[in-house]
Design a protein around this ligand. Structure first.
Ligand code: CU
Length: 380
């Protein structure tokens, strides 16, 4: 598990961030950690250790649990074959299997950029000329999204065959090995990851299309806040959304964008990001197909653009929308309940960057009847 790290309490940082004095600049992390261990503020530093099999590939599951930082992971002189994304299996990257069988290593992935909340499983293979007993795993924060540079933006762990020893490996920068910068490789123009979800046929149909604009501007107290379709979502702190709905509270409906669907509706959402920064968007209770993802600064989605991936889109629950760009997703609303769709940057979520997907709630109300047991859960 990789994450960013702050040396100050979240409560204090958030208090400053959600005030006019911050000018909308999020707190920059101080460090990055792998399974809770990082370097940068130590003399005799500790390292997390992983054992790599000598008999074949080792499966690693990577999770980015950061507050603010997208993190790129790599292992020196090793490459990744991605087999799962956000809990959904995928076909390996284009040409990977062919290359393994052929014993060549073109087009292979050596770095995975993981945005906040995203998960990847990858088979890790050594290059065929392995000489060392141990190698560095590296986790590096993407500084481009931060208001200032972090004090320390890279930490390492040790990947060893047999016994742990201090690695002397260098970062893999071999020109025949390609770099996986992020979700852009799920774009149909790249075709890296192919969903193998059996219901992908649904991407050809749709019941409803929503257009949601994302923007940041100052509220009436001069605090810079996110707005989704013009709504800043104030979360209830003392109960959960389902309890609110069952109790017929109107608070979240008034504050948040609230989209109601019937069971089995097929929903396409076109997000347009008018903000400079990227945002990792995460939906609870469902996964979605990523039909289109514009590059940074590619502008609004052109409805006449036929560059959507309707053949083999990746199926996941967290995806990045780039700065001044667009994102097109589609999902089947088949999990009745009230679900949060939010930016996974904790700073943004805490100042209202999210909205509600409500699926067949009348049916849930009828079946549950009472809210009393739900009130035991103090958070959604
Ligand atoms: Cu955000």
């Amino acid at each position: 598990m990789v994450a960013d790290w702050y040396h100050h309490k979240l409560r204090d940082l958030l208090h400053h961030f959600a005030s006019p004095e911050s000018g909308g600049d999020e707190p920059t992390p101080d460090n990055v950690i792998i399974n809770g261990i990082g370097q940068g503020f130590c003399h005799d530093c500790n390292y997390e250790e992983f054992h790599q099999s000598d008999d074949g590939p080792t499966l690693y599951r990577f999770i980015n649990a950061a507050t603010f930082g997208a993190i790129t992971v790599s292992i020196d002189d090793h490459y990744f074959v991605v087999v799962e994304i956000d809990g959904a299996p995928v076909h390996p990257a284009k040409d990977t299997v062919h290359n393994i069988n052929e014993g060549t290593f073109h087009e292979l992935i050596t770095h995975i950029r993981i945005d906040i909340g995203q998960r990847y499983s990858a088979l890790v293979f050594p290059k065929d000329d392995r000489k060392e007993k141990s190698y560095w795993m590296r986790a590096q924060l993407d500084n481009s999204q931060f208001p200032k540079n972090p004090k320390h933006n890279i930490s390492k762990a040790i990947v060893s065959y047999k016994e742990i020893s201090n690695p002397h490996s260098k970062e893999t920068t071999d020109h025949i090995l390609t770099y996986l910068p992020g979700d852009n490789h799920i774009n149909p123009h790249y075709g890296y990851f192919r969903s193998i979800h059996k219901d992908a046929i649904h991407v050809k149909d749709r019941t409803v299309t929503e257009y949601i604009d994302i923007d940041f501007h100052n509220d009436e107290h001069e605090v810079n806040r996110p707005f989704m379709d013009g709504r800043n979502c104030k979360l209830p702190h003392k109960t959960n959304y389902l309890a609110l709905a069952l109790a017929e509270y109107e608070i979240p409906q008034k504050s948040c964008l609230w989209l109601d669907y019937d069971d089995e509706d097929i929903v396409r959402i076109v997000f347009q990001n008018f903000d400079d920064d990227e945002h990792p968007l995460h939906l609870h209770g469902h996964k979605f197909w990523v039909l289109g993802q514009g590059n940074p600064n590619s502008g609004p989605f052109n409805a006449h653009d036929d560059h959507l991936n309707l053949e083999h889109p990746v199926y996941r629950d967290t995806v990045t929308i780039n700065g001044h760009s667009y994102l097109v997703i589609q999902f089947v609303a088949n999990n009745p309940g009230i679900w949060f769709f939010h930016c996974h940057i904790d700073w943004h979520m805490n100042i209202g960057m999210g909205f509600i997907i409500s699926v067949d709630v009348d049916d849930v109300v009828e079946r549950l009847g009472t809210t009393e047991h739900l009130n035991k859960c103090q958070w959604y």
